[in-house]
Each structure stands twice: as structure tokens, then as C-alpha cells.
Design a protein around this ligand. Structure first.
Ligand code: 9WN
Length: 443
């Protein structure tokens, strides 16, 4: 098979020349973050492997480096638990610098956790079926990609089963999360209410993120006191999901998590077909969860999908950006109206539009505070993918151009200020680079 570099150059020959350097820079960011086995989100702030980051990164690699794309998922799945859980962090052996470290998680208390590699004990959104599909769809060596996908498919299927059987209380396929970190959108305003009901930890601990990141751009200490309290609560229950679900102080059916699961199942069905296997069980999973979402997460008063607090039975403040990511389970006219209300903003000094994580006119909006307003490339990419899937191609194209202009101007940051376009958070951030490559080559 040709070298990744040559494949990238060959594929770039079909891309507008003005964008070619952006793709080369993105590939260089991924190279710089690659540690020989996996791609760190950012070597300083996040020196380990994260679950949904790995899936996004694999989606970018799938466009030009099939071996890395497959390797990224293989490395992540080495951390999979015996019960099917794919942990939100797989720790790089012997690497320090991130809190909470393996000694805090103490996942050895679980009978299901692997003894090596060290992992966290919670999950992140399931994008892995979609990553596997990207590998098959964009393969330079299709027979090789299909063989690798067939090898990994049972593991991703086990992960999906774990979610359906262990992260759902009603048995109707509606998945729930027990920690804001499980959403991937750590300090989103969605969690303000349910997190306020969690008693803060009394344990003393030291955050390591603030040594390398601005306090202004990270969750606050009051949030961390509750993040740690939840971790301790689960650890005390030996990370056993059946025990945790019975009395977790935080339980939310999140729109994004469920919507990504639906799409991941649909994508797994496509992979199964390519591998000559039966796709129907995956399609059935997708249907069950999307039916449960329509039944339980759709708020007739606002006409949108909303996160549901399973402890109080109340809908939560769900930013329009998150609601819109259910795009693929609604129909196009509904989506079109929804997107109208999103507060998609013009890209500063560029063409196209971008979606802030919280609409600028929302009272909770803050332009640089992590998941409370900044533009994130993964959320924009997800909306772009959804808009294309329901046939709203002009709107999708607007977003694609917006993201490319943003990255071209500011580089590959973790997130961006919605009105100045300045990059914030970790620089040289892996999924920003990977998803820009995907957008460029999807052209
Ligand atoms: C906690 C790695 C991860 C992302 C999350 C993002 C952030 C971790 C943190 O970084 O979360 O899991 O320490 O803040 O919120 O989406 O996967 O990039």
C-alpha cells in the first residue's frame, strides 16, 4: 500500500489548491501527537488516549492513513473491559501529568477491568461504529480495511450491547450517563442543575490541568469537587454498573450521547454488510434507541429534543447546538426550522458559518469557557454530517466552509471564540486536525 503521505497528496490533488496546506498542517499535528501507538488529544493537557477523541481521530486518519486509523481503535479497544465497557481514558503507561490518574480511579476494584492497560471507569459517547465505517468507506486498500473492520466489529458490538444492557434503566434503549465527563461536554450548562444536587467531595486533591491551561478556559473548582465526588461514589461500588444505576446521584438521558449511539449502530450495520455479516441486529438497536428518544426526549413545548434528568423526571437546559445534533432522527423540514434557531454565527473574516456550543444569546453563554459557548470542531462536524444525511446540503456546506476558514485563520485549537475566531484551550488539538482533514477531502 502507498505511504500515507502519498495517499494524502494524491487525494489532495482533487481539492481546491488554497486548502492543500491546511490539510498538510493538520496531518503534521496528528503526527506530532502520535506516541507510537495512539494519538494524544494534546500531549501536554491530555497525554493519554480518550475514547471519543480516538474515534474522531480515526475518522480523519481513515482518509489517508488506514493503518493508523485501525491502530487507533485497536489501541483503545485494548482497554475494553470484560463486560464490554470502553473506558473514557486508556492511560499511556507510566505517563504522569493528568488528574485523575489511575491510582484515583482504582479500577482494579472491578472484576471486569483489565489489569493492563490502566483505564478510567466511566464512558464517553459511542462514535466507534462510525469510525469503523469511515475506515471501510475511505480505504486505500479495501480488502484490508474490510478484514480489519470484521476483526474489530465484535468488540464494538459488545460495547454497544454493554450500553444497552447496563446504561439504560427502562430497557427501552434510552441510554443514560452518570457523570458529566461521560457526555464529553464536561461543563455544559446542561449539567448545572443535576450537578448542583451532587454533594461535593471532602477529599483533598490537586488538579493538574491548571498548571498547563488557563483557569478561565476550564471547568471551575466547584465542578471538579462534584466530578471527583461522583468518581468516588462509583469507585465505592467497585465500578459495578448494576449497583451504580440503583443509586447514582447523577443520571441523565443525554440527547447527544443517544443520537451518536443511533448513528454508530447504523454505521455498524453498514460495516457488517461489507464484512458479509448480518446487519439487522445493529439496525434494530438504532431503531429502538431512536424510538425511545422520540418518545422520551422530544419536548412538544419547544419542539426540540432535550436532555432528561432521570432522577427528577425534568427536562434540562439543552443548548440548541446539542438539540440539533439529533438531526438525523428528525425529518428535514423540522431540522431546517431547528437550525434557523441555532444561532449559527458568521465566521469572523471568513466565509461560511459556525455553530457555537451555546447560542450567543443564551444567558449561560460564555465565549471562552470550554463547553459553555466556544465553537468546537467536533460539534460542527457532527452537525455537518447530520445536515448532509437529511439532504440539507447547502446548510451543511456553509458549516464546512466556516470550519475550514476558522482553522485556516487560527490553527487547530481545542475550541474557538465565536465572534473573534481566536483559538483557545489546547493548541495542536488532535480531533480538530483530524476532522478538518475529513471535511477537506469530503469536499
Ligand atoms: C475529561 C480529551 C477530553 C475530551 C472531552 C473534553 C476534555 C477531560 C478533561 O478532554 O475532558 O474527560 O480533563 O477536561 O471535555 O470531550 O474527550 O480531549
Amino acid at each position: 500500500m502507498a505511504a500515507a503521505h502519498d495517499i494524502l497528496e494524491e487525494r489532495l490533488s482533487a481539492v481546491d489548491p488554497t486548502w492543500r496546506d491546511l490539510a498538510r498542517e493538520a496531518a503534521a499535528v496528528l503526527d506530532g501527537n502520535f506516541d507510537g501507538a495512539m494519538t494524544r488529544p494534546s500531549p501536554v493537557l491530555y497525554p493519554h488516549q480518550w475514547s471519543w477523541d480516538a474515534a474522531f481521530v480515526a475518522i480523519g486518519y481513515a482518509r489517508f492513513d488506514q493503518a493508523r486509523a485501525i491502530g487507533e481503535l485497536e489501541t483503545l479497544l485494548r482497554g475494553q473491559w470484560a463486560d464490554g465497557l470502553v473506558p473514557h481514558i486508556v492511560f499511556a503507561n507510566g505517563v504522569d501529568g493528568y488528574f485523575p490518574e489511575p491510582a484515583v480511579w482504582e479500577t482494579v476494584r472491578s472484576v471486569a477491568a483489565p489489569s493492563f492497560p490502566a483505564t478510567s471507569g466511566i464512558v464517553q459517547p459511542p462514535v466507534h461504529g462510525s469510525a469503523l465505517r469511515a475506515i471501510v468507506d475511505h480505504a486505500a486498500d479495501r480488502p484490508g480495511a474490510v478484514a480489519a473492520a470484521a476483526r474489530l466489529l465484535p468488540r464494538v458490538a459488545r460495547w454497544h450491547r454493554f450500553l444497552v444492557e447496563r446504561h439504560s434503566r427502562a430497557g427501552d434503549g434510552l441510554l443514560e450517563i452518570w457523570h458529566p465527563w461521560e457526555s464529553g461536554m464536561d461543563n455544559s450548562p446542561i449539567w448545572d442543575d443535576p450537578l448542583a444536587a451532587v454533594a461535593p467531595t471532602t477529599t483533598r486533591y490537586r488538579r493538574k490541568d491548571l498548571a498547563v491551561a488557563s483557569e478561565e478556559e476550564r471547568p471551575g473548582d466547584a465542578d471538579y469537587d462534584r466530578y471527583v465526588a461522583l468518581l468516588e461514589h462509583f469507585r465505592d461500588r467497585a465500578w459495578h454498573p448494576r449497583t451504580i444505576i440503583a443509586d447514582t446521584p447523577f443520571a441523565v438521558a443525554d440527547v447527544l450521547f443517544n443520537a451518536l449511539f443511533v448513528r454508530s449502530c447504523q454505521d455498524l450495520a453498514v460495516v457488517a454488510e461489507a464484512a458479509g455479516e448480518d446487519p439487522t441486529p445493529y439496525l434494530a438497536d438504532a431503531r429502538r434507541t431512536s424510538t425511545a428518544m422520540r418518545r422520551r426526549l422530544h419536548d412538544p413545548d419547544t419542539g426540540t429534543f432535550r436532555d432528561l434528568d432521570l432522577r427528577t423526571g425534568r427536562f434540562l437546559a439543552t443548548p440548541a447546538a446539542v438539540a440539533a445534533l439529533a438531526v438525523e432522527i428528525t425529518d428535514a423540514p423540522v431540522t431546517d426550522r431547528l437550525v434557523e434557531r441555532l444561532g449559527v454565527t458568521a465566521v469572523p473574516a471568513g466565509d461560511g458559518a459556525v455553530l457555537p456550543s451555546v447560542a450567543v444569546d443564551d444567558p449561560a453563554f460564555h465565549p471562552t469557557r470550554y463547553w459553555r459557548g466556544p465553537v468546537w470542531i467536533n460539534l460542527n462536524w457532527l452537525l455537518w454530517r447530520g445536515l448532509r444525511a437529511v439532504g440539507l446540503t447547502d446548510r451543511a456546506e456553509e458549516l464546512r466552509r466556516g470550519i475550514l476558514h476558522l482553522a485556516c485563520r487560527a490553527g487547530f485549537y481545542e475550541h474557538y471564540h465565536p465572534s473573534t475566531g481566536k483559538g483557545h484551550g489546547a493548541p495542536r488539538f488532535a480531533w480538530s486536525a483530524a476532522l478538518v482533514i475529513d471535511l477537506l477531502l469530503a469536499g
